[in-house]
Design a protein. Structure first.
Length: 303
């Protein structure tokens, strides 16, 4: 979880949660140590791509040549060298020696046969474990929940691929929050709707920003901040383009193993944020009970 503002913290998601012995597992420790390389660094988009590759391949990272890392990250070999220099090393060999010192040897690689569908599911499980590790510090989510609970109205923004997540959050949030405004369509009216929410008293805006990131979304976030709104963003990582356009960034990785991205972790993070928001709404439980009573009277649900 990252606060952003004048500077962007280019950290990536932590790894898996606790191991069987109750201590931190390799998945939790290794990416966390990699964080320290990226803290407070202003990396270019290409350098962020290399950093993501290192985090996702933590166990192999200390043994990759610069050419291999460039191929895995989809960048040029000189870009890898410049990345190492940007982190304060003389070159890539010095960075690799550092990685061998800070990244412990990982567990044996799972060699069980897996078809592409199973691999996609396992990747989603890893993303959820990463999210669990991040939530070991609930402070950022609690802060975000208080910001959203206090905003009247509460605009919820999500465009294109992120519209479904924004719509789902807004649907449930409306059951406990007195005024939720869904912003799931772009175009020239988007800025007008943000302005209308601000003039009506909104103090914060929640944004869902998952790949691919529309250019107009970044413009909308800048407009919201210029209007005086505090922007809370659920994004696919702290390397996401929206980081520099948000006041409080809550990262959750997406799966990339299928034709279209899978978003189990961002969806779950949205539900966690809903829980935190409910904690900031004293009448949330009463509103839910009132809704249940009305739903029963109207026979809304078969069960």
């Amino acid at each position: 979880m990252t606060r952003t503002g004048t500077g962007v913290s280019d950290t990536e998601e932590a790894g898996a949660g606790a191991g069987a012995d109750g201590g931190a597992s390799f998945g939790a420790v290794a990416p966390t140590r990699l964080h320290q390389l990226f803290e407070g660094r202003r990396l270019t988009p290409t350098q962020r791509r290399i950093a993501r590759c290192l985090v996702r391949r933590t166990a192999a990272a200390p043994f990759l040549s610069s050419v291999e890392l460039a191929q895995l990250a989809g960048v040029s070999q000189p870009s890898v060298t410049r990345f190492a220099v940007a982190l304060g090393f003389d070159g890539y060999p010095a960075l690799r020696r550092h990685l061998r010192d800070v990244v412990p040897a990982g567990p044996a690689v799972d060699t069980r046969p897996a078809n592409p569908y199973q691999q996609a599911v396992r990747a989603e499980v890893d993303n959820l474990l990463q999210l669990a590790s991040l939530l070991a510090d609930p402070g950022p989510v609690d802060d975000a929940g208080r910001l959203l609970a206090a905003s009247r109205p509460l605009p919820v923004l999500g465009l294109r691929a992120s519209a479904a997540q924004a719509r789902g959050f807004a649907y449930f949030a409306a059951k406990v929050h007195p005024d939720v405004r869904l912003l799931d369509e772009g175009g020239s009216l988007l800025a007008d709707r943000i302005d209308a929410a601000r003039h009506a008293g909104a103090s914060a805006l929640l944004c869902f920003a998952l790949p691919r990131h529309p250019a107009e979304l970044l413009a909308a976030l800048d407009h919201a901040r210029d209007a005086g709104l505090t922007v809370v963003t659920i994004a696919d990582g702290t390397f996401a383009p929206v980081a520099a356009h948000s006041d409080l960034l809550l990262p959750a990785a997406v799966g990339t193993g299928l034709v279209f991205d899978t978003v189990s972790a961002p969806m779950l993070l949205g539900q966690v944020l809903l829980e935190a928001m409910c904690d900031g709404l004293p009448d949330a439980q009463a509103r839910l009970e009132e809704f249940d009573a009305r739903a029963t009277a109207r026979g809304l649900f078969a069960d």
